[in-house]
Design a protein. Structure first.
Ligand code: NDP
Length: 415
């Protein structure tokens, strides 16, 4: 017997000792060790009621029980945000890749534990049909390709989580929702901000009427883009410039924050003359939306001004400011209001969570349980209709009336 091996009797004693926290230590209290209830590990709160409660231990599903995703298109969003986010998911895992760059795909597959046999080219997408580990796809391709890959994934029975914007035309968006409905698969648009905790907290604050009625919204999403060629400057591939790429976050926010649909839109667009990047798509856009309650939203978006992703909401009795509202991280929520005789500014501390993981897990849970996602295809269809109206307004130089969507565009709130 090697020196470090214990005889059987010693093992039994060691195991018994482990159960009491080790020889000589007092046994742990139930508060310290927690307990298992309904298959979940739970700890009673160890703090007093005055402190905010802890978040609890995450309860990830065993990997083999998670919804398996094929990630289609290995560009920046897929590699820098989506694939890393799977490591924080509890309901989903990446199991296949579809790419036009075999060498890159092999490297990425190895990094994420995806078998080489589950890496395919675009022409082989239909081979996913035979892979039972793949229940859903995440489409991270340039905008104009979303329709084709949604239709092909739906045709082989895979659920679709598609990057924003849903497509580059209203007709394409409608074809995508119809194809998924026909195939009996779920379609969700990847509106990450609608799953981001600070945005959820803001929606709750608005609904609570703590600050009275919301009257005005200011939203900006701007950045400085680099040189071409890149698909974002190609009108056919992108469907537009700053508006569908980043201004869309402002547009979508005005709708999910208010729960209303705009009735009138007015837009101005600008592209610097002679800048070949903006020969086909706009550099900058400013737009105003009016809502049935009287609320007005002013939105700005640009590819040509220093990064600003801010949101400010003006209420009867206060205002809310969200810093970095549309960024991947760094959101902060401050409330300005009167407290007694003084004006106060307070930060509402909201625990940050990876919004990509939240969004992917939400879709995976919807697939598992056969439920409607919070941001189904219809949510993207409505924004596309509004973006087309904004371009019309800019072209005609006048406000345009907007029709309400034909039905609800959002499913139940995410958990
Ligand atoms: P990238 O340009 O970084 O990557 C696109 C990838 O698509 C390429 O790397 C390539 O992957 C694949 N591709 C296939 N055909 C083409 C083609 N003809 N031209 C260009 N690329 C092609 O784009 P992003 O990752 O930034 O954007 C992808 C999608 O994600 C867009 O719809 C965009 O709007 C959205 N997005 C969403 C964000 C969010 O926060 N939710 C942020 C950024 C983008 P491969 O080499 O594997 O074939």
């Amino acid at each position: 017997m090697a020196e470090h091996e214990l005889p059987r009797r010693g093992l039994v004693l060691a195991a018994a000792a482990l159960g009491t926290g080790g020889a000589g230590y007092p046994p742990p209290s139930p508060i310290d060790s927690g307990h298992v209830e309904g298959g979940r590990v739970q700890f009673p709160d160890w703090r007093g009621p005055a402190d905010p409660p802890g978040g609890g231990a995450p309860q990830p599903r065993p990997p083999g029980e998670r919804i398996g995703f094929a990630v289609i298109g290995l560009g920046r969003i897929a590699l820098e945000e989506v694939l890393p986010a799977f490591a924080e998911c509890k309901e989903a895992r990446p199991v296949a890749l579809v790419s036009g760059s075999p060498e890159k795909a092999r490297v990425v597959a190895a990094q994420h534990g995806i078998p080489e046999g589950a890496v395919h080219g675009y022409g082989e997408l239909e081979r996913l049909r035979e892979n039972p580990a793949v229940q859903a796809v995440y489409i991270a391709l340039p905008n104009a390709m979303h329709r084709e890959y949604t239709e092909r994934a739906a045709a082989i029975g895979k659920h679709v989580l598609c990057e924003k914007p849903l497509a580059t035309s209203l007709a394409d968006c409608q074809a995508m929702t119809a194809a998924c409905a026909r195939a009996g698969v779920r379609l969700m648009i990847a509106y990450r901000a609608q799953y981001q905790p600070h945005h959820r907290a803001t929606i709750a604050l608005i609904r609570s009427r703590e600050l009275g009625r919301l009257r005005l919204i200011e939203a900006a999403n701007t950045q400085v883009n680099g040189p071409g060629p890149q698909w974002r400057y190609d009108g056919r591939m992108a469907g537009g410039g700053a508006l569908p790429d980043i201004g869309l976050y402002c547009l979508n926010a005005t709708r999910y924050l208010t729960g209303e649909e705009p009735v009138q839109a007015f837009a101005s667009i600008y592209s610097p003359p002679g800048d070949t990047r903006f020969a086909e798509v706009e550099e900058s856009i400013a737009f105003q939306l009016r809502f049935p309650s009287g609320l007005i939203a002013n939105c700005l978006s640009s590819y040509g001004t220093y990064e600003n992703r801010s949101l400010r909401l003006h209420f009867e009795r206060g205002s809310i400011e969200m810093a970095h509202a549309f960024a991947y991280e760094g959101q902060r929520l401050t409330v300005q209001r009167r407290v007694g005789e003084i004006g106060a500014e307070e930060e509402r501390i909201v625990k940050p969570k990876n919004q990509f993981a939240q969004e992917i897990d939400h879709f995976a849970a919807c697939v598992r349980e056969g439920r409607q996602p919070h941001t189904p295809g219809e949510e993207g269809v409505q924004d596309q209709a509004l973006m087309e109206a904004l371009y019309r307004s800019a072209k005609e130089g006048r406000p345009v009336r907007l029709e309400p969507p034909p039905g609800p565009t959002r499913g139940p709130d995410p958990a």
